[in-house]
Design a protein around this ligand. Structure first.
Ligand code: HAM
Length: 387
């Protein structure tokens, strides 16, 4: 037999690494409880059409898609939002709003493996469904901030934009169908190509000049940046309303969060197609990739056959948060629980040792019994080695 390896892009997690992943997962779940999010479990395998509907070109091309033995076109989930929107449009249709839902688990994307980018990765996902009010957006940002703080991360910063600014300008120019391909280009910072597509789709000269200005506006002083954006998008009413919405959300977070570090980027877009409002991604200075990603999506649930239902959510990238914790040397667990070894001194004491182990476990201690028939001194030095 050949020596088997993991498939390219797939990873084994040995106990230490698993502990880190589970720690982030556990803190995420505790937070879900503190904020009133009920946990749901949805399947890893979903219908291809559901997952492809609004995920965006980039994710669509990278899905693990296949026909199952019954001939159904299915795929491994690349994200949770589509599955949660399906739940809300079907089984949870009649639940009172707002609904707060949490899920955690593994996702699959055929991305090119590199630092922080894997083909199987974990997310802790929160969706707040049924409110179009800025306090809902603010809650999702505060919750993300709370998670990163609780995990011990420092100096992180939120990159923030608003899809309503870009979409507002384009819609008013009658550019609808091409919006998503423009957003995909912006997501990859291919500004000039995005402008070319806009021009070819019939954008006026005023629109192109406005977009060019908007792409360049970014900075840490939110009120100053928002003033600049507002000035640049005059005449595009929906874009002006989007700036106002962003201002309200940021004011709410400012009043509640202990100093949120932000970087407002008016030309910021995210690859997923369903976003309609605020979008954000937190970063730590040590790593160039986003730790999490979130935003408002007011049309998705309706698209899946539900009632028109506004929603906002975030997916915390568990793997990348773990990488950030390692870079910042944050320990994964605050205190190790007490661990005990029980060593039978001879053949006759084995039974007693087993009984004692059980009693100690009942009392809540972590117990490992010596099962190699080693001498007491050998077993003790092994216990030392394993701390
Ligand atoms: P996303 O930006 O595609 O958003 O993913 C969110 C986070 O998942 C990323 O910031 C990253 O930490 C992690 N992630 C994504 N792809 C990979 C990968 N290949 N390897 C490692 N980590 C990865 C969503 O998935 C949306 N569903 C978020 C959302 C929820 N929006 C509203 N509700």
């Amino acid at each position: 037999m050949p020596a088997f390896r993991t498939v390219r892009g797939m990873r084994d997690f040995l106990p230490k690494d698993t502990e880190r992943i589970r720690h982030v997962e556990q803190v995420s779940r505790e937070l879900a409880q503190l904020y009133g999010y009920g946990e749901v479990i949805t399947p890893v395998v979903e219908s291809y059409d559901l997952l492809a509907a609004k995920s965006g070109e980039e994710i669509r091309e990278r899905m693990y898609a296949f026909k199952d033995l019954g001939g159904r076109k299915v795929a491994l989930r690349p994200e949770f939002t589509a599955s949660v929107a399906r739940l809300v449009a079907t089984k949870m249709r009649n639940e009172p709003k707002p609904m707060r839902l949490f899920c955690v688990g593994s996702l699959y994307r055929y991305d090119e493996p590199q630092y922080g980018r894997f083909r199987e990765f974990w997310q802790a996902n929160y969706e707040l469904i049924g409110s179009d009010k800025p306090e809902a957006d603010a809650e999702i940002i505060m919750l993300t901030n709370d998670l990163l703080t609780r995990l011990g991360l420092r100096k992180y910063r939120f990159k923030i934009g608003h899809m309503g600014i870009l979409r507002g300008i384009l819609s008013q120019e009658g550019i609808d169908e091409e919006q998503n391909s423009i957003m995909q280009l912006l997501d990859k910072k291919r500004w000039e190509e995005a402008l070319t597509v806009a021009r070819e789709s019939g954008a006026s000269q005023n629109c192109l000049t406005t977009l060019r200005k908007v792409f360049e506006i970014r900075g840490e002083d939110a009120s100053d940046i928002l003033k600049k954006v507002e000035k640049s998008v005059q005449g595009y009413e929906r874009a002006v309303a989007a700036v106002e919405n962003l201002r309200e959300i940021l004011q709410l977070t400012e009043e509640n969060v202990v100093k949120l570090e932000v970087m407002i980027e008016a030309g910021f877009a995210r690859g997923l197609e369903y976003y309609t409002g605020i979008i954000f991604e937190p970063y730590v200075p040590e790593i160039e990739i986003a730790l999490s990603g979130g935003g408002r999506y007011d049309k998705l649930i309706e698209l899946f056959g539900g009632e028109p239902t506004p929603a906002v959510g975030v997916a915390q990238g568990v793997d990348r948060i773990v990488l950030a914790m390692k870079k910042q040397r944050v320990p994964s667990k605050v205190a190790k629980e007490r661990r005990v070894v029980v060593i039978p001194v001879n053949e006759e004491s084995k039974e007693k040792a087993l009984q004692l182990s059980s009693k100690l476990r009942t009392a809540g201690l972590s117990v490992e019994m010596e099962v190699m028939e080693r001498t007491v001194s050998k077993a003790l030095s092994d216990a030392d080695r394993r701390k």
